[in-house]
Design a protein around this ligand. Structure first.
Ligand code: SF4
Length: 448
């Protein structure tokens, strides 16, 4: 049985988040019945797309998954009874579920998602993407080979990774309409000038989105979206800083890590419906607090908290399970490290395009940075703020941009945080599990 199922079956918001992740039917309805434009995204930059009245989508969500039969049953039940009754029914039905079908729902979700990631990675390679690229790029390319024809455009903010920007060029063959926000070259020197160029680049992307959708993006629509995004970020941070720091968890730490992983993936396109997503994460925080208050969950006071990063380009989800079995709790916080959970100013008289430019500029200079020094500072700063007991750096095969800074990071962690750190290697989900176990075993022995 899954280590997670016991926890989640009565956790309505987690089921909702998992259910909404598989959004094929919702996306079909938006595209064909409501004639909305679908725009693929690969990093959490969906705000302008929402403000344009289009639908952002992380393309793996358009895939058909094997587990759909459970989710269709869940879908029908929630349409008939609503979510609260459905989860209660699931809890009740579970007592009579001798085949353990319900127990396997979340396990299936996780395993099927991983299988799909790997299948799309293989498809990416078969379709000609260079084998030198990282897992994230290969699988993203595969996602577009598979479903690129369903989207009306691809939206991106050019990041510091030259491989990613090269991949975006190749993507033009699959999705001809590309809307990018260019980051001004090397952000140094005059900040006002940089901000001005950034603002112009954003305005250009806004015009392209308007042309695509036929809708006008007003200051109001931008601010409305930024407000929703800010609230989502607040809830996300509450989970990261408040709940993940408590001695009693609302579920076992492996489930908790799974929820953080799900948050990380879904934050990229807010599950294509920002308002509903906001309601789900708000409910998630409430449910977590409620469960802690009622003592439903697990005492984790003796378990060290381990920050595992970066995972957005690909990692083996087995990591959190192995760490749990070795007595640790896994924390994923990539978007916070990269500055993407910072709020956007929506105060009266502010100019939303300029505020968005400031937000991106801050993420570019202080989050991911233009160099390894800034990036490693971000890792150390957030590890300190999160008050973690250890740090594991996930080094990706094929990543020459952010994965080559471990030596510098280890030095800084040693000098300033004085907590154990180690590096694990990742190429493809399910590959090298034995080495991963050995490495994590040795790492966890450093804790009393
Ligand atoms: S993991 Fe590395 S190579 Fe891949 S997109 Fe991110 S920075 Fe680029």
């Amino acid at each position: 049985m899954s280590v997670f199922a016991d926890d989640v079956v009565n956790f309505t918001s987690v089921l909702k988040l998992a259910h909404d992740f598989f959004g094929r039917e919702y996306l079909k309805r938006k595209k064909f019945r409501e004639r909305k434009k679908l725009v693929s995204v690969a990093l959490p930059f969906s705000d302008l797309i929402f403000a344009a009245g289009a639908v952002p989508v992380f393309p793996i969500r358009m895939e058909k998954f094997k587990i759909n039969k459970y989710l269709i049953a869940l879908d029908s039940a929630k349409n008939l009874f609503g979510w609260d009754i459905t989860t209660k029914l699931l809890g009740y039905a579970r007592q009579f579920d001798f085949l353990k079908l319900i127990d396997s729902i979340l396990d299936d979700v996780i395993n099927t998602l991983n299988e799909k990631y790997n299948a799309l990675y293989d498809l990416g390679i078969e379709s000609g993407i260079s084998t030198d690229f990282c897992y994230g790029i290969k699988s993203l390319f595969g996602m577009h080979v598979s479903k690129g024809k369903n989207v009306d455009a691809n939206f991106n903010v050019a990041i510091r990774c030259s491989a990613f920007n090269k991949y975006l060029e190749t993507l033009k063959n699959l999705v001809p309409k590309q809307i990018w926000i260019d980051i001004p070259p090397r952000i140094v020197g005059n900040q006002n000038e940089t901000l001005e160029i950034f603002t112009e680049n954003i305005s250009k992307a806004i015009s392209e989105l308007e042309e695509l959708t036929g809708n006008i993006i007003t200051d109001n629509s931008l601010n409305k979206q930024f407000r929703i995004g800010n609230q989502v970020k607040r809830y996300y941070k509450t989970i990261l800083y408040e709940i993940s720091n408590s001695d009693f968890y609302p579920c076992n730490p492996a489930t908790f890590a799974e929820i953080l992983a799900l948050m990380g993936i879904t934050f990229q396109d807010f599950n294509s419906n920002a308002q509903v997503y906001l309601e789900n994460v708000s409910q998630l925080v409430n449910e977590m607090r409620e469960r802690i208050k009622k003592n439903i969950g697990m005492d984790v006071s003796k378990m060290p908290r381990i920050l595992v990063t970066p995972v957005f380009g690909g990692w083996d989800p087995k990591t959190q399970e192995i760490l749990y079995k070795l007595g640790g709790r896994t924390i994923y916080a990539d978007w916070e490290i990269l500055g993407l959970l910072d709020e956007i100013n929506v105060s009266k008289n502010s100019n939303p395009v300029e505020e968005y430019a400031k937000y991106l500029l801050n993420a570019s200079t202080n989050g991911i940075g233009c160099d390894n020094d800034t990036l490693t500072d971000s890792y150390v700063r957030i590890a300190k703020k999160l008050n973690v007991d250890g740090l594991i750096f996930n080094q990706l095969f094929g990543c020459h941009s952010i994965s080559n800074c471990y030596n510098m990071l280890r030095q800084k962690v040693r000098n300033t945080l004085e907590i154990p750190s180690t590096v694990i290697n990742f190429n493809k989900i399910g590959e090298g599990i034995e080495q991963l176990e050995t490495r994590l075993n040795a790492f966890m022995e450093m804790f009393p």
